[in-house]
Design a protein around this ligand. Structure first.
Ligand code: NAG
Ligand code: NAG
Ligand code: CU
Length: 395
């Protein structure tokens, strides 16, 4: 028998065993994976009732809890099932009014439009993580209930792929989420007010490879971040809801993964604060020294719509990135669930100083994409992934 413990310490890595119920042992790759293993252990203790997080876990238990996996840990058949379901949403009819939202051409667009509509109320606010957790779950529900998907929402572990173009997510093979865009000459773009710049890579054009090749984006742009000389057409309406069909573009590079999304960057962010307010602010705020994890993930994909603050969910890779944002929060929460899960801090409007403080009783809305069984739901029901409407953990 192989002595894994000896072997792994000889290799300079530590081996962590996940709880038996979750199946295969998890070989830790970095400090972020060790934190993830602690989170999973604590999440199971909560389900067993041997650890409390302040939520009541009425219907979720060890037998029915769902495991969300990393995209690269899915089999190629599972990846195909996922991209097939995404394409199904892209081809299903919209439920929105075509006079109010002329760009809503399919069910997938409904999700994009809800995000556009709520952008100012769900970013830089107390509910940023809660609302997006609910939003991603609603998308998973739609893939399953409306498109027959049998799996669960996968995520993109930022630290796992030093070069995202070699990852099963962006490598452009038939099982990927689509590859890089084709090369077009373009320049980098300054980002925000921090004096940093997104450098131009070898893409920038339409995504022509992988399962999601030739995806059409119908709404926006609203806050385009690509070089204007590429000539991406403007939306016919100032609110961005007009019909503006164009190819999905990407410019995927390792610029962000190589310096801001490494395992040690991820682990450092998780361990840097016990305070929900500090955690969510630093997750989203770029400084002169470093891009935040949230920003770095978005601009690793870049292009149009992924580089557009409002319209970014129109690139199907959005859900893998924000799945990881949700997982990152889950890992942080589950380092010490008793003190972290019920914390709620921050305002209710983006970039508005002294906007009304958020409360756990604030209702979170998903409009036309809310699952019929949940509707609008208070943030206090969205704090735990194994309480309220949720019953999942991350592996
Ligand atoms: C957009 O926001 C307004 C105001 O909050 C709301 O009444 C409307 O239903 C929203 N539309 C969609 C499609 O979510
Ligand atoms: C994408 O569209 C191009 C041009 O219309 C076509 O040649 C190509 O076969 C399409 N690729 C896929 C995977 O659908
Ligand atoms: Cu968002």
């Amino acid at each position: 028998m192989v002595n894994w413990k000896k072997l792994s310490s000889a290799l300079g890595v530590s081996l962590l065993l996940a709880p038996a119920v979750s199946g295969a042992p998890l070989v830790a790759r970095g400090p972020d994976d060790e934190l993830a293993a602690i989170a999973l252990e604590n999440a199971y203790k909560i389900l067993d009732g041997t650890l409390q997080d302040g939520s009541s876990h009425t219907s979720c238990n060890r037998d029915n809890v769902v495991i969300r996996k990393e995209y690269g840990d899915l089999t190629t058949d599972e990846r195909d099932d996922y991209t097939k379901a995404v394409k199904c949403l892209l081809n299903a009819p919209s439920k929105l009014s075509s006079s109010q939202y002329p760009g809503a051409k399919n069910r997938y667009d409904d999700f994009v439009i809800v995000h556009i509509n709520m952008t100012h109320m769900v970013h830089g606010t107390a509910n940023f993580l809660h609302w997006h957790r609910y939003y991603i779950w609603a998308y998973e529900v739609a893939l399953r209930d409306e498109c027959g998907y049998k799996g669960y929402q996968p995520y993109w572990n930022w630290g796992k792929y030093p070069d995202p173009l070699k990852s099963p997510i962006f490598n452009g093979d038939a099982h990927s989420m689509g590859g890089n865009g084709e090369y077009v000459a373009h320049s980098g773009q300054p980002l925000g007010m921090v004096g940093q710049q997104v450098p131009a890579g070898n893409g920038g054009g339409c995504v022509m490879t992988g399962a999601l090749a030739n995806t059409t984006v119908n709404v926006g742009p609203i806050a385009p971040s690509m070089d204007p000389k590429i000539g991406i057409p403007r939306n016919p309406r100032p609110d961005g809801y007009g019909y503006n069909p164009r190819c999905m573009r990407r410019d995927v590079t390792s610029y962000f993964t190589s310096q801001y999304l490494r395992p040690q960057d991820i682990a450092k962010h998780i361990t840097s604060s016990k305070d929900q307010g500090v955690f969510q602010d630093t997750l989203q705020t770029d400084t002169r020294q470093a891009f935040s994890l949230h920003t770095a993930g978005h601009y690793t994909i870049w292009g149009d719509p992924a580089g557009d603050f409002y319209v970014s969910p129109a690139d199907p890779a959005f859900w893998l990135h924000h799945g990881q944002v949700d997982r990152h929060w889950w890992i942080w929460q589950n380092q010490d669930p008793a003190t972290r899960v019920q914390q709620y801090m921050g305002g209710t409007e983006w970039m508005v100083m002294n906007s009304k403080a958020g409360k756990l009783s604030d209702l979170q809305h998903l409009s036309i994409v809310a699952p019929a069984t949940t509707g609008s739901i208070p943030s206090g029901q969205l704090v735990s992934t194994t309480a309220g409407p949720f019953c999942y953990v991350y592996q």
